[in-house]
Write a protein that binds this ligand. Structure first.
Ligand SMILES: [Zn+2]
Length: 385
């Protein structure tokens, strides 16, 4: 419970948001739990919860009889009628529009491929997908729209810096355009931060205060949550893929040389395998071959993990996260290489607590499920309540 530095209205909203977060994510399951956890009085907690039940955001569940004396507290959880969120996920080659519930479960999805030919119509195509989603779920209440892309969310201008890298369309003020068209709140987030937040709320980030999410795909991106991770990195993009691991290495499009993603992103790993074997394989096939002991596939993944270990050690020496998650296509990486990576980074980084490496609990969907997590976090911070 927050007490200082905010006015009464803000404090009330923050407390309501906190209660909603604890009961939605399952961190608390009853009124008494909530009171204990937040420091709110039982009466205050009960009143806040009554409001959410009346608004059909939370619901009472059947009590599970655990035995022993006395009544078991009534269980509380998210109501199926609670408002949903629209997420727009802009990847390198595709754009997906989803309807997510507050557990970040994808309920409905629409989308299209991003090509050089259609990039200038990005906004119109996103709008059409949102309208399709709205038609599929006409009775749902909607909290708002969250747009998630590779660039850094530019909170002042309402666009993504470097979106042209993704869609070739230059900086786009998606926020104001979407707000005007759909008349609902619109927030933006970098897609790796979104994935990190999703893991913080519902996945393998729940048990730590600081987290580095490393997404390996056509590029290498990172979501960094520090100090509890609830709002610290809003609008800021950490770019693990552009940490240089070779000062005189390969030229990167960012202008520097030797960037990590010039060696360990999926296209570069596939190119390396192609160069030494003459064979064109997918990353999944390379991983499978490496597991079978194929020497060239092993050499390729050894090189990939060496490079990743170098970049991640730099990041660890700078931020000392309590855990590192390897996600997106990195989820395919065989466990042997995850172990290798974890060992190398922990051996090379400066002495500190052992940093465990895991894959995201939300799997390869962490990005798309996380594309509404910034909006959800705003709700949980009391900003939309
Ligand atoms: Zn670069």
């Amino acid at each position: 419970m927050q007490r200082t530095g905010v006015n009464n209205g803000t404090l009330k909203s923050q407390n309501r948001g906190l209660v909603l977060r604890l009961l939605t994510t399952g961190e608390c399951t009853s009124r008494i739990d909530v009171a204990k956890r937040t420091g709110l009085s039982k009466m205050a907690a009960t009143n806040i919860i009554a409001g959410f039940i009346e608004d059909e955001i939370l619901e009472e569940r059947e009590t599970i009889q655990v035995g022993g004396k006395g009544r078991n507290p009534i269980q509380l959880g998210l109501s199926p009628k609670a408002p949903k969120m629209i997420g727009v996920y802009i990847g390198r080659n595709e754009c997906s529009v989803v309807l997510n519930d507050m557990h970040l479960t994808v309920l409905t999805k629409a989308g299209f491929a991003l090509t050089r030919d259609n990039q200038e119509h990005l906004f119109d195509m996103i709008c059409r997908c949102i309208e399709r989603i709205q038609k599929k779920a006409p009775d749902e209440r909607i909290w708002g729209i969250c747009v998630s892309a590779s660039g850094a969310a530019d909170t002042e201008n309402g666009g993504f810096r470097n979106l042209q890298e993704t869609a070739g369309s230059g900086d786009v003020s998606l926020k104001s355009l979407l707000e005007e068209k759909f008349q609902m709140p619109v927030v933006l987030e970098n897609r790796y931060n979104g994935a990190a937040l999703a893991e913080k709320l519902y996945g393998n980030g729940r048990d730590v205060e600081s987290l580095l999410f490393c997404g390996i795909c056509e590029e290498i991106g990172s979501g960094l949550l520090l100090g509890g991770g609830m709002r610290t990195m809003y609008g800021i993009q950490s770019s693990l893929g552009h940490i240089s691991i070779e000062m005189k290495g390969r030229q990167c499009k960012c202008g520097r040389r030797g960037c990590l993603q010039m060696y360990a992103s999926i296209p570069m790993v596939r190119a390396k395998y192609r160069k030494i074997s003459g064979e064109e394989l997918t990353f999944r096939e390379i991983c499978r071959n490496a597991e079978k002991g194929n020497a060239l596939a092993v050499e390729t993944l050894d090189d990939m993990t060496d490079r990743l270990a170098c970049g991640l050690t730099n990041a660890v020496n700078m931020f000392a996260p309590q855990k590192i998650l390897i996600g997106f296509d990195g989820c395919i990486l065989p466990s042997k290489y995850m172990t290798r990576l974890e060992k190398m980074v922990n051996e090379k980084s400066l002495p500190g607590d052992h940093i465990p490496f895991q894959k995201p609990a939300l799997g390869r969907n962490a990005g798309i499920r996380g594309c509404t997590s910034r909006l959800l976090m705003d709700i949980f911070n009391g900003e939309l309540l």
